[in-house]
Design a protein. Sequence first.
Length: 689
Amino acid sequence: MRINYNHKSAGIFAIGVLFLLSSCSDEFLQEKKDYNGFNDEIYNNFSMAQASVDYIHRQVEPKVGGVSALSGSTGSADDHSKSTLEYGGSTPFVGLSEILTSNVPCYFNGSNAPDNSNGVWINIRRCNLFLDNIEKGTLSEPEKDLLKGQVYFWRAWLYYRLVITYGGVPIIKEAQNPTLGDGTVEESTLNVPRNSTADCIAFICEDLDMAASKLPSIWSDPAINYGRVTRGAAMALKGRLLLCYASPLFNRSNDKAHWDAAYKANQAAYDELTKYGGRDLIDASTDKAKNWELMFSDVSSKEAVLVTLHNNQSNDQLRFNNNWEQSARPKEINGGGGIGSTAEMVDLFPMADGKKPSESSFIYDELKFYKDRDPRFYRTFAFNGVRWPYGANKNYTLWNYQWYKDNTTALSGKPGNSAQYLGDVGTGIFVRKRTNPNADNSSTLNSGVFSQSSSPYMEIRMAEVVLNVAESACGNGDDPTALTYLKKVRERLGYTGDCGLGSPAGDALMSAIIYERQIELAYEGKRFEDMRRWLLWDDSYGTCTRLNVEPISGNKTRRHGIILAVNPDVYVNGSAGAANDPFNPAATSNIGDRTTISLNPDASNADWNTQIAALDNFYDTNLIRVENDQVDGTGTPTFYITHLNKYYFLGIKQNVLQVSTKLDQNTGWTDYYGSEGTFNPLGTGTLFP
């Protein structure tokens, strides 16, 4: 695959940063040292060879805070997640302007560096260089296997990200010589065409099978090696890949052979992880899913399958901090300002009986939206009057209601004077999920409060593996197995009996599974890919009807914020700031006291009921719910979610086609010369004869 990159930087591919260790250990903060990919010494010394593998790992692992072909979305408000109901905001994928070949996001190279020095193909080349040369060294076969298993996994990961985005891409199994014009290399060896999607899927499965055959179920000396990829991680990624290939995105004819292959792969991954890998669903059946919340900051959670580790160091060369905590925390405690959720997500979560609000035996009150909800609700969202602890203040209670100068603006849906005095907020609901109740915001940290979080990020966790088994079993027609595995996700939360699911079958069961994914995996970067797999932006393919999902494109859909505003009949005032907060006891003319209210999800049932009653009274007496229409664009013309079917498989960007002349463009997109693309991502190959 011919690409543009800096030749000098391509030769340096291994830096000895052993970062893949528990963040509780200092061993991964070792002196940085360069190793040349062409230096035979690397392949004679296990520590040096492992350091070069660790460098590949660090370059391509999922990164919190961005989206690229290297990593995909990790749940922040990026272009992927903002194209779903999770966040508001225009993106290229749901914007009013059609994406063209000239401006399509370029995940094909996947690097923001001008010389593409850390793009997808550079990292594939790094993997190939290692695999080409490892056999030339004097390491033992067990040592070679451990190293090769990791590299096969990461090469598969890179191809997985490419293929689910574009369909078939060139399969490059050996490192290409990047030097042209020296008389030794013909351009035809670099400029190669795309392979079929089926061939690419088979190739990725082959790499993951190789990885699984060489990797351990559990690494020895877990205190040092925790975080490295395992046999179970390789098998789980294969299961995810084949589930995607079985889904309507690739499997338009609903070929049961695809679903059968996906089911076998995901069941095998589940068995490996639970029987030999020490992984399982965490028990969150008490204290309103407290353990479910804590697992996202637990560096050694048994739910983690593929995990990115972080630390709390401030040195630029050694700093691998998780910036989610800083973004999620409110400004009044020196966080980044909070991650605003949408009204659509708040209203979507199940009630306490496990049923959707529209189907529940509990009455859903849109003002008191917090009442009688699924336990995950209280660990996913933060709202007025709820306790949201951090290290220095275990009793911190969030208040971000708003008040207005007159009755007209109070009902306008626009941000007003806010109890978050350091700035208005567009929504009264923040994302609490993936924050750490023990997060450190001490002023001694060099880079600001909350910013040096060491919370891990789980790209694959056991709940997804369980749901992958359920979905593939349902697609295969095995409804009993599908329902059994779906119930596992809810049973660990304390649900019993039918877990609020009833006895769905066929498409109704598949709908329940996809809904459960939307709840369980919310704000983890998974919804965009689920919508792609199931073609869910509109009902052009009939999948919205099948799953009983409301289309969000072409239906004048906008996302909204929820503003909890002081009832105009209670109080209006034209001035902002703490002195005019009507419920702040320190205000100059307060009319209420909020200090006695703090809804604590960790409370006993008796205390919880008392706290709910107090919060109910506060909401009923003082607040109204107003939906803010400002979280989506407000310019002219009015922004509505607009997703085109050609986006299900992205086109290759024009400048890439200019360099790589043998790359055919995807159908639905124009090539470099303006002609219609001829490459069909669905292909004609048969993976499952």
